[in-house]
Every structure is written in structure tokens, then in C-alpha cells.
Write a protein that binds this ligand. Structure first.
Ligand code: UDP
Ligand code: MG
Length: 330
């Protein structure tokens, strides 16, 4: 176990646990009933005051029917999006609607081990505000995915003022004050892993080895992971913009030096009118460089455009509230 702060004795003992478990679900019909039952048993062993929230993120299979059946049987709150808004939006919805004083985010596919939840709660009771799972072993993943993850974390932590713990996913337990801080962040581009790091508080890492997916397939293809990485980089760093400033500076210096050299050599040796291939090649290279840098500016402008439109992060089509937790009194 590693931590960003030494273990601490809480100044005030934690109030009795009221646990909200947030489960994003996209095409998880194959195992959702088993998962919700297992999660229910796990939470019930920890406290009698708990709720489960399932967010159906526009699934195209029978997730809705399975979740609704369990919602009635187990007392689960069922939230359904009007379409697929993505996992970051589903987690945001869970965080927005959770009523507990501690919120657990957990995937619906059994990849996040339920056995770790009691340990997370213990750490929360010991004063940690956020307990996050860190993937201890990525051996099962393809080498391309591991390489991409490596480059991504390096760039993120180099370019951003907040340090994002490597290999930390969405599996985490958060205290109410972390949840309120997340809810208060107004941005529409919700790169959750960055936001968790940005809000700070006392955090502790808990290594775990993800289990095999129970059934079905991961929704995150390499392409979708790439898009998520780009969202993270452009939401939390200005590294791509800075890169082009530096590159522009270097290229300008080189151009000045080359210009001087041409002038001097013309004065000394006369003009032999040569160098057309060099000219053609450099015009092509630099128009490419300019287009690329305009494209990167465009990425940021696109994000700014999304923010100023102020569209909601998600739209709810249904909210079937069987949660046993009463809303907290203001
Ligand atoms: N998920 C979601 N919306 C999406 C994609 C995924 O809510 O658009 C959920 C999914 O149901 C699961 C979790 O996010 O509970 C993680 O997804 P997945 O297992 O596909 O990803 P991986 O484990 O490969 O990161
Ligand atoms: Mg998974």
C-alpha cells in the first residue's frame, strides 16, 4: 500500500457509514443481476445504511430489464440515460445522485474485487478521504496498451500541475467532502481521473489485480482509449500547445541562421541560384507543421466550444428510486 500522506488518526471520528455504491452499466445484462446481488451482500456486511445506484448508460442489450428487476428486489436506485453518454458521464451522474457519506465507484463486470471494499471502508474510517485502487499488474494487457498507458501518464504528469497516480482507475471510495468537491466542478469535459487528482484531500492507494471480465467485452477499444487520453491531456495540460511554441521557436532560429548563411555566402561567393529542392522540401515541411499546430489549436477550441455551450453532461430518461437511504437533511 502506498499513500500520498502518512497514515493518520482522524481528528474527529467518522460518523456511522452511509454507503452509496455507484455502478455504471453499459451492455452488462449478462452478469448484472449476479453482480448487484454480490455487491448488495458485500455492502450489507459493512452497514445496514447503504444504497446501490445503477446508471444504465444507454445500453442496447437487456441491461434495463435486468437492472429494473434487481432494483425492486434489492432496493436499488435505477438511473437511465437517454443515450450512451460514456463512463465519465455515468460516474458523474452517480456522484450527483448519491446520498451516502461515502461513495464507492465500482465497475459492473466483477473486474474490481469486492473483497477489497471492507479494507477501503477501514481506511476511510481511519481518516483517508479517498481510497483508490491501483492496478498492480498489467501483464494481461496488450503491449500496445501498456506502452500507450505509459506515455500517457508520463505526459500527463509532466505537463500538469496536479500529479495523477499511475494506473489508478475509477475503483475508489470517496468521502462526502470529496464528492461535494467533484460536484462543484463546473466543467463539461469530465475526465474523472484528472478531477479526482485535482480535488486533492487525503488519499491512499490500494493495489489490486483486476479480475477477468465476467462476460461480454470491454467497451474501451484502443481508439476509445486514445480519445480518452486526448481528453485528459487537453483538459489538464497545455503541453501540446507548448510543444508547438517550442518547435516554432527552434524552427525560427534555424531559419534565421539559414538566412544569414545564405546572405553571407551570396556576398562572398555570388548567387549561384541553387537550392530549389531544399526550398520545395522546406515549404512542404513547414506547411505540414503549420497545419498540425492549427489542428492542435482546434482541439482546444473544440473543448472551449463544448464548455461554453453549457450542455448538461448527461440526460436522464428514467429515475426509479428504490434507494433505502433518505436524502440527507440540509
Ligand atoms: N461503461 C459505461 N459507459 C460506457 C462504457 C462503459 O458506463 O460507455 C461502464 C461499463 O458498464 C463498466 C465500466 O464502465 O461497468 C467499465 O467498462 P469496461 O469494462 O468496458 O472497461 P474496462 O474494464 O476495459 O476499462
Ligand atoms: Mg471492465
Amino acid at each position: 500500500m502506498s499513500s500520498s500522506a502518512p497514515p493518520m488518526t482522524p481528528l474527529h471520528p467518522r460518523p456511522p457509514l452511509r454507503l452509496s455504491c455507484v455502478v455504471p452499466a453499459y451492455n452488462e445484462a449478462g452478469h448484472l443481476a449476479e453482480f448487484l446481488q454480490a455487491l448488495h451482500a458485500c455492502a450489507a456486511a459493512l452497514t445496514s445504511d447503504f444504497e446501490i445506484l445503477v446508471i444504465n448508460d444507454g445500453s442496447r442489450d437487456a441491461t434495463r430489464e435486468v437492472a429494473l428487476a434487481q432494483a425492486q428486489a434489492l432496493g436499488v436506485r435505477y438511473l437511465e440515460f437517454s443515450r450512451n453518454f460514456g463512463k465519465e458521464a455515468a460516474l458523474s451522474a452517480g456522484v450527483d445522485h448519491a446520498r451516502g457519506n461515502a461513495v464507492l465507484l465500482i465497475d459492473a463486470d466483477f473486474q474490481h474485487p469486492l473483497e477489497l471494499v471492507p479494507r477501503m471502508v477501514d481506511l476511510w474510517r481511519n481518516g483517508y478521504d479517498m481510497v483508490y485502487g491501483v492496478i498492480a499488474d498489467r501483464a494481461a494487457e496488450s503491449s500496445l496498451k501498456r506502452l500507450g498507458t505509459n506515455v500517457f501518464y508520463r505526459l500527463m504528469n509532466w505537463g500538469s500541475s496536479v500529479q495523477m497516480p499511475r494506473n489508478a482507475g475509477d475503483f475508489r471510495l470517496m468521502d462526502r467532502k470529496v464528492v461535494d468537491a467533484l460536484k462543484a466542478l463546473p466543467e463539461r469535459n469530465r475526465f474523472m481521473k484528472g478531477l479526482y487528482a485535482w480535488v486533492g484531500f487525503t488519499t491512499v492507494a490500494l493495489p489490486f489485480v483486476p479480475a477477468e471480465r465476467f462476460s461480454g467485452q470491454s467497451s474501451f477499444s484502443l481508439r476509445r482509449l486514445g480519445a480518452l487520453a486526448l481528453l485528459g491531456l487537453t483538459s489538464f495540460t497545455t503541453l501540446p500547445l507548448r510543444f508547438w511554441s517550442v518547435a516554432g521557436g527552434c524552427i525560427s532560429l534555424l531559419a534565421i541562421a539559414y538566412g544569414l548563411w545564405i546572405t553571407i555566402s551570396t556576398l562572398l561567393f555570388g548567387n549561384a541560384v541553387g537550392g530549389w529542392p531544399t526550398l520545395a522540401a522546406s515549404v512542404m515541411l513547414f506547411s505540414g507543421v503549420q497545419l498540425l499546430s492549427i489542428g492542435i489549436l482546434g482541439e482546444y477550441i473544440g473543448r472551449i466550444y463544448e464548455e461554453v455551450k453549457q450542455r448538461p453532461v448527461y440526460l436522464l430518461a428514467q429515475d426509479e428510486d428504490h434507494s433505502p437511504l433518505a436524502p440527507p437533511h440540509p
